[in-house]
Design a protein around this ligand. Structure first.
Ligand SMILES: Cc1cc2nc3c(=O)[nH]c(=O)nc-3n(C[C@H](O)[C@H](O)[C@H](O)COP(=O)(O)OP(=O)(O)OC[C@H]3O[C@@H](n4cnc5c(N)ncnc54)[C@H](O)[C@@H]3O)c2cc1C
Length: 495
């Protein structure tokens, strides 16, 4: 089998890379190891930040890539200890408007744009009805322009000749096959959020023990490139934390077909409907992906495991100990004061920044599976199938300010009626360690010299770019993928 350009991975980046190359006339084969395309892209919240979009223009927002670039630096300041890759940030800001324009052209419809300070203008766009729509539209377009998509095909080795990358060895149905690339290979295989080995080596044992939202991103592209002398920048960076478990069945809004016409209709209705109705609609699918605010714990709620025991200081940025509890899960227990407080601004249970704030009553309405109430601790224990004596002892110890872990300055847990939220689990959403690349998205090998005919994009080719703030990971995926595809297609074929 051969192709002009071989793309490894079928998330947003890979499909964009395949389209980028095929739209230049290249014969493209995309290898995806899972049975369907999607990757983390299709499991994400689905926001993308961009300027000069049709949605911004519709509501009269004049915005520029320069302003986007300047605002991104404000987020990066949280990482003053690490340098950003300003050249790649510039590429993102300059080219993401075209990525959104193309997504619109392929049929994607967005809600927004929404505010996300310190961005000075609303530029966060939320795909409708959910992030699987990115893949739905992009895959349809890729197939239309002739991209050959091979699923169930796991790339495992880069083939080389005289220092050049010449193709990919992959495994399909238990057989090893070879795919030659006349022009180039693009690694778009996501991150290593689900690879315990890389996570233990680069981050920590606690992160290695924590499950990933996407269980199949195991750093395969990174590993293949490392074998050729590449290196990873910011290998210890990751995004993750405590999350409510997903519902057994997605909300009906999430199950709507992402058809462009239907979504345009929904969007039109949302633009003119009363705010309460819009909020109702948004909340119904947002509460399937949100995280509990740490403010709950600062206000005296406690985190308990399935046995009713406290096991960690719940106010930490990430409660690593959660992953080590029975079934890796826990519950947030609040007293009557917490139950009353978290029903109105500014005391929200969760937020999808710029999109919505969710209060207890929103969870009760849209995620009844996550909310339980009990007048007494005996009731709570019965609801959760715990030993009431253990739960009462946990509360007494916490209230006495004893530990470990201690209570600190937080209020004691008062009387009922109590509210319980959960189960919650820890998840690693993504890792930010990307291969070192240059501004043409070529992978850098020994001595930072480009490895001929090898490109990386999206999470695999993050190259030290700090994608802080929302909507920049997907923006980088679609943008870097598309450009890598164009660059690879423009190479002269191997002799
Ligand atoms: C819960 C959650 C919410 C998020 N929300 C947002 C958000 O709202 N906005 C935002 O910008 N970012 C968000 N992110 C991050 C963002 O989704 C990812 O960083 C981005 O989608 C990565 O895209 P990608 O194409 O590079 O990787 P992926 O989408 O993960 O695609 C990689 C693909 O490569 C395939 N693959 C891997 N190895 C091989 C192999 N050996 N051979 C063949 N195929 C292989 C995988 O199966 C996968 O399909 C979120 C992440 C999570 C988990």
């Amino acid at each position: 089998m051969n192709a002009d350009v071989v793309v490894v991975g079928g998330g947003g980046t890979g499909v964009a890379a395949a389209i980028g190359a095929a739209s230049q006339g290249a014969h493209v084969v995309l290898l995806e190891k899972n049975a369907a395309l999607g990757g983390t892209t299709a499991r994400s919240i689905g926001s993308i930040s961009a300027t000069q979009t049709a949605d911004q223009k519709r509501v009269g927002i004049f915005d520029t890539p320069d302003e986007h670039f300047e605002d991104m630096e404000k987020f990066s300041k949280h990482h003053a200890d690490r340098p950003d890759n300003a050249e790649l940030a510039r590429i993102l800001c300059d080219h993401v408007p075209e990525s959104v324009r193309l997504l619109n052209e392929w049929g994607a419809v967005f809600l927004g744009p929404m505010d996300e300070p310190p961005h000075r203008k609303p530029r966060m766009h939320q795909i409708m009805p959910n992030s699987a729509a990115y893949i739905f539209h992009a895959e349809k377009h890729a197939r239309k322009i002739g991209v050959a998509i091979v699923t169930g095909a796991r790339a495992q080795k880069l083939l080389t000749s005289q220092g050049e990358v010449t193709g990919v060895e992959f495994e399909r149905n238990g057989r090893i096959e070879v795919l030659e690339a006349r022009r180039g290979v693009i690694l778009a295989s996501g991150d290593y959020a689900a690879d315990p080995g890389f996570k233990a080596q680069f981050v920590s044992e606690a992160v290695a023990a924590t499950e990933a939202v996407n269980p199949t991103n195991t750093g395969d592209g990174h590993r293949m490139a490392l074998e050729l002398g590449a290196r990873i920048i910011n290998p210890d960076m990751y995004g993750g934390g405590m999350r409510f478990v997903r519902p057994a069945k997605p909300a009906w809004q999430s199950r709507l077909p992402p058809s462009a016409w239907l979504m345009r209709g929904c969007n039109l209705v949302m633009q003119h409907a009363p705010r309460s109705l819009v909020r109702h609609f948004v909340m119904s699918f947002m509460t399937t992906v949100m995280v509990p605010e740490r403010k709950l714990f600062h206000n005296g709620a406690i985190l308990i495991n399935a046995r009713g025991e406290r096991f960690a200081d719940e106010t930490q940025r990430m409660v690593f100990e959660l992953a080590l509890q029975p079934k890796g899960m826990g519950y947030v227990l609040g007293d009557a004061r917490v139950a009353k407080k978290f029903t109105q601004w500014p005391d929200y249970v969760s937020t999808a920044p710029g999109v919505a704030f969710a209060y207890l009553q929103d969870y009760e309405r849209t995620r009844p599976d996550l909310v339980r109430r009990g007048d007494t601790l005996d009731d709570v224990a019965r609801e959760l199938g715990m030993d009431a004596a253990v739960l009462k002892q946990t509360v007494a110890t916490y209230n006495a300010g004893e530990g470990p872990p201690g209570r600190g300055e937080r209020p004691p847990l008062g009387d009922g009626p109590y509210v319980v939220l959960g189960p919650v689990k820890n998840y690693i959403n993504y890792t930010d360690g990307g291969l070192a690349i240059n501004t043409s998205l070529q992978v850098l090998g020994k001595g930072d010299v480009p490895i001929p005919r090898l490109y990386a994009a999206g999470a695999t080719g993050q190259g030290g770019l700090l994608l802080k703030g929302h909507g920049n990971h997907i923006g980088w995926g679609f943008t870097s993928g598309r450009l890598a595809g164009q660059y690879a297609a423009a190479l002269a074929p191997r002799a």
